[in-house]
Design a protein around this ligand. Structure first.
Ligand code: HEC
Length: 118
């Protein structure tokens, strides 16, 4: 009699795992990206879905990123451009207030996977 319950629990757990995965077509590990967004201190200037911190508005809130046609006022929004921006915003806009934070390529890909799926 216990088996159906265990099976159900396993299915529920498998479902939770999928929720952390980026939608098809995105590179990277969104769950790891969420941690990287916290570790690099992006939250000091941006509100980010799923990353806790106080309310800040230095940069725009990074929610619904997948719905934006343009990022940072200049770049067409796609994963490659998001990674470029995160790694070196000053190369794209020398006047931007966003600093270069030394984000590795892998971390930037993972961050973009989180941002484009939340
Ligand atoms: C010192 C403050 C600061 C920090 C820290 C910071 N940003 Fe930014 N960010 C900004 C500002 C200001 C802008 C707006 C730039 C512009 O439009 O020229 C911006 C823009 C962006 C954009 C484009 C948003 C849009 O609406 O088009 C993304 C994406 C972004 N930041 C991601 C990050 C990530 C990821 C991190 C952490 C690695 C980070 N930022 C850290 C200040 C910051």
């Amino acid at each position: 009699m216990k088996r159906p319950v265990l099976l159900l629990a396993a299915l529920v757990l498998a479902g939770c795992g999928d929720a952390n995965r980026a939608p098809a077509g995105l590179q990277g590990d969104a769950a790891r990206g969420r941690i990287a967004l916290a570790q690099y201190g992006c939250r000091a200037c941006h509100m980010i879905p799923g990353v806790t911190g106080s309310k800040v508005y230095v940069g725009r809130p990074l929610e619904d990123m997948a719905k934006r046609p343009i990022i940072a006022g200049t770049l067409p929004n796609n994963q490659a451009n998001l990674v470029r921006w995160i790694r070196d915003p000053q190369a794209i806009d020398p006047h931007t207030a966003m600093p270069v934070l030394g984000v590795s390529e892998r971390d930037a890909i993972d961050m973009s996977a989180w941002l484009l799926s939340h």
